[in-house]
Design a binder for this molecule. Structure first.
Ligand code: IMP
Length: 433
């Protein structure tokens, strides 16, 4: 079984923990988009490990990890992450594979990211300032530098020289010299070379040999360049189509889709978020859920679960099942609200609107459910969850039409429920109840 695991909200849904948990059932974990803007947090015992570029399966020594052509790679960030893991005792060097078609983030992409944000002023996107957008711009503009280009001295020299000259013309005060950059890229190529391969061929062979693959998404559905809250999005396809384009695999190779959904909503960066809570209710979720960006440290905006978003993600991605995370953060609340639709003038909108002006005028319509006082934190059997928590989950299943097969009740690997007779139990052959 090859399964895609992707975010169904605005990212930070807890994909890192879910992927890490499921990895023992796979031979390969493959990242299909994004870059080191992602921050996948995994707790191993008391140790907190944040993975940015490397797939979250990397902490399991039996697994190979692939970085697909749809990912943009800052080589320095990659090496830093590999070295950091080395210091923790994880040797990744013989398990890492990098697509020769993946694009490179160059130092000037970071500068351009900052400049673009400054130019937008109050309308800024709130990017992670990692150069992600400008690197993808160069890719689409057909002037990007791919991993394979690092091994073609003459071609690389020409590309870097032309790109730097064009950039110097664009930014008046810039006098960037292409030569040190060229030398740096050649050196990066030397270190990367042992890992570089044709990921599409590798995955096709892996699948043909009956070895299961987990396709790992970064960010979330509402940050997708096509289906998200454009322009307040990232610059790649985080939704299911990205698996095929970002890894060179056929849709027929995807046997199941697991959406990761937080029990409430968060967003980091600018852009619409209809159920956002400001004031003490938002603070309560932020503090309880430790909702601060793992890459930038920015406080995340917090709000109630939004079923319009969840249904949209279910449709776009064809979600078979949901992993519901951070249920324990809702412990102790008297009432819990769920947004079931938006009021727009006299109408109730139940589909996610493309027009941000419409979205800005949408008022969430809430259903209020009772909270629970007995903690769900650390619970590992569904039957042991407070009755009201079970009711909350059943309500989310009902309004989205997607069954919840995994419930995360804490940050540790063991703080997890895999439900009996669920898609997850069927896919992975496990049931803790
Ligand atoms: P960029 O990906 O750095 O260009 O940022 C674009 C938008 O996506 C900003 O709102 C970021 O905060 C958001 N973003 C990018 N990566 C992540 C992530 O891993 N989690 C949550 N938000 C993200």
């Amino acid at each position: 079984m090859n399964i895609a695991v992707l975010g169904a909200q605005w990212g930070d849904e807890g994909k890192g923990k879910v992927v890490d948990l499921l990895t023992p059932h796979f031979a390969v974990v493959a990242r299909y988009q994004g870059g080191h803007n992602a921050g996948h947090t995994v707790y191993v015992g008391d140790r907190k490990i944040i993975l940015r570029l490397l797939p979250s399966g990397i902490l399991h020594s039996h697994v190979s990890c692939a970085i697909g052509n749809g990912v943009v790679i800052d080589p320095q960030a990659l090496f830093t992450e590999i070295d950091e893991l080395g210091r923790f005792g994880y040797d990744v060097s013989n398990r890492l594979l990098i697509s020769e078609r993946a694009h490179i983030i160059l130092p000037y992409h970071r500068e351009l990211d900052l400049l673009s944000e400054a130019r937008r002023g109050e309308r800024k996107i709130g990017t992670t300032s990692r150069g992600i957008g400008p690197a993808y711009e160069d890719k689409i503009g057909r002037r990007g530098i791919r991993v394979i280009d690092l091994f073609d001295r003459a071609g690389l020299e020409q590309e870097i020289r032309e790109n730097v000259q064009a950039r110097n013309r664009l930014i008046k005060e810039s006098t960037l010299d292409w030569r040190p950059l060229f030398d740096q890229m050649l050196a990066y190529g030397v270190r990367m070379k042992p890992w570089v391969t044709d990921i599409s061929v590798f995955l096709a062979k892996t699948s043909a040999a009956g070895r299961p693959i987990l396709f790992e998404g970064a960010q979330g559905t509402l940050l997708d360049i096509d289906h998200g809250t454009y322009p307040f999005v990232t610059s790649s396809n985080s939704t299911i189509g990205g698996v095929c384009t970002g890894l060179g695999v056929s849709p027929k190779m995807i046997n199941g889709v697991l959406g990761v959904v937080k029990a409430y909503a968060t967003r980091v960066g600018e852009g619409p978020m209809p159920t956002e809570l400001v004031g003490t209710s938002g603070d309560r979720l932020r503090d309880g859920g430790k909702e601060f960006g793992s890459v930038t440290g920015r406080p995340r905006r917090c709000g109630w679960y939004d079923a319009v978003v969840a249904r949209y993600a279910a449709r776009i991605n064809g979600l078979d099942s949901v992993a519901l995370t951070k249920l324990d953060v809702l412990d102790g609340l008297d009432d819990i609200k769920v947004c079931t639709g938006y009021r727009y003038g006299k109408d109730v909108v139940s589909e996610w609107p493309a027009d941000l002006n419409v979205l800005a005028k949408c008022e969430p319509v809430y259903e209020t459910l009772p909270g629970w006082s007995r903690p769900s934190s650390g619970v590992t059997r569904y039957a042991d969850l407070p009755r009201e928590a079970q009711r909350y989950i059943a309500f989310l299943e009902e309004i989205t039409g997607v069954p919840v097969s995994i419930v995360s009740t804490g940050s540790g690997r063991n703080d997890t429920i895999i439900r009996e007779k669920s898609a997850a139990a069927e896919w992975f052959g496990v049931a803790i109840t």
